[in-house]
Design a protein. Structure first.
Length: 359
């Protein structure tokens, strides 16, 4: 037995590492990244801004300027506190670190896998409550699971990943009101959705909202934020590692995230493309595409594994969920640029309607 196998906690050894497939020379539609690069005419200005940063110094500890930039971009009322993380993943971890031994994290299934993984890393219990057949909240089941498991944290991704839908707002409010748990509305896809819970923070002291810049064009920055009451943010801030937002992220964010018009324009293009892609997928006989409020579409396909492989062989990488519980035969495609979406659809159509009779 190797040193590390002998040494490592057995529950960590049992975890399957978060898998990121290689993606060179493919149309990458697997990870909800934005297809849009920085506009040419901003590059010079951006580089000058970067050159001005002092990399021999530690970053600004509170990243106050970046905090203001994000408030401006996302229109966050000034009475709320904002806590920044190295991706929203880090903030999920920080919330888990705030829990006591034997506390429980509760979420729905299927949903974002990091809730469960981080519960495992931090030795907390995890309870996933099944969604209904059409991926809605099962309110009765949620309320009974909450009273049975008495969770400390309840994560609800809104819109949900990987299903793409939002849940019934009244159901969510009923959940928030039913519990002493902190309820975290994870709005990673806020830019593509018609609703948000930011406005409800003043109403519910146990509600916080998570956001990220990863899905709006800046996955490489690793920057997420938690929005809550001033008191909540002040206390949680004690768990943040010093200087968790590096200088390059702070400086880049302060330049790039001020391009609000550009960011909103790109989001509008994705929403438009999402409608076209949904329509195109629905036209393929046998496929079921689920409605989406996010920048991706979940769809059920006969022969999902074969379609996934065929797409990959033809240079298009999407996400294969077909062996996950409750997602039999399901695949998830990120909405890309118009050209990428067309190429994706071309391959899908070729798979189901083979030219010349051989596939
Ligand atoms: C992508 C995603 C995140 C992770 O965001 P990062 O800021 O990149 O860590 C969080 N929550 C949900 C629901 C996501 O889909």
């Amino acid at each position: 037995m190797s040193f590390i196998n002998n040494w490592l906690r057995s529950d960590i050894q049992a975890i399957n590492a978060y898998h990121v497939p290689p993606a060179s020379d493919v149309i990458k539609l697997d990870a909800m990244e934005s297809p849009f690069a920085l506009p040419e005419d901003l590059i010079g200005q951006y580089l000058a801004y970067l050159a001005d940063s002092e990399l021999n110094r530690y970053p600004s500890p509170g990243a106050d300027q970046l905090n203001q930039t994000l408030r401006g971009l996302m229109e966050i009322p000034k009475e709320f506190g904002v806590l920044l993380g190295n991706g929203s993943d880090e903030l999920i971890q920080l919330l888990a670190l705030a829990c006591a031994a034997d506390d429980t994290i509760l979420s729905v299934e299927p949903s974002f896998v990091m809730y469960d993984m981080i519960a495992k890393f931090t030795r907390l219990n995890y309870k996933g409550v099944a969604l209904t057949k059409d991926y809605q909240l099962d309110l009765a089941l949620m309320l009974s699971a909450i009273s049975e498991h008495n969770p400390k944290l309840i994560f609800i991704a809104y819109p949900n990943n990987p299903t793409g839908n939002t849940f019934d707002r009244e159901d969510i409010e009923a959940i928030i009101k039913s519990t002493d748990a902190m309820v975290i509305l994870d709005e990673a896809y806020y830019a593509y959705a018609g609703d948000s819970f930011i406005g409800d923070i003043a109403k519910y002291p146990n509600l916080v909202v998570l956001r990220t810049v990863s899905k709006i064009g800046f996955a490489g920055l690793r920057l997420g934020l938690l929005i809550g009451s001033q008191e909540t943010v002040l206390e949680l801030d004690k768990l943040r590692l010093p200087y968790n937002i590096n200088t390059l992220t702070q400086v880049s964010g302060n330049f790039l995230l001020k391009q609000k018009t550009e960011i909103n324009k790109n989001a509008a293009i994705i929403v438009e493309q999402r409608a076209l892609l949904l329509e195109a997928l629905a036209k393929v006989s046998g496929l079921t595409a689920y409605p989406s409020q996010a920048n991706f579409i979940l769809f059920k396909a006969p022969n999902a594994q074969a379609l996934f492989d065929y797409l990959k062989d033809n240079g298009v990488l999407i996400k294969n969920l077909s062996s996950a519980p409750k997602l039999t035969d399901c695949l998830r495609v990120t909405v890309g640029s118009p050209e990428q979406n067309q190429q994706f659809m071309q391959v899908v159509n070729k798979f189901y309607i083979p030219q010349g009779g051989c596939k």
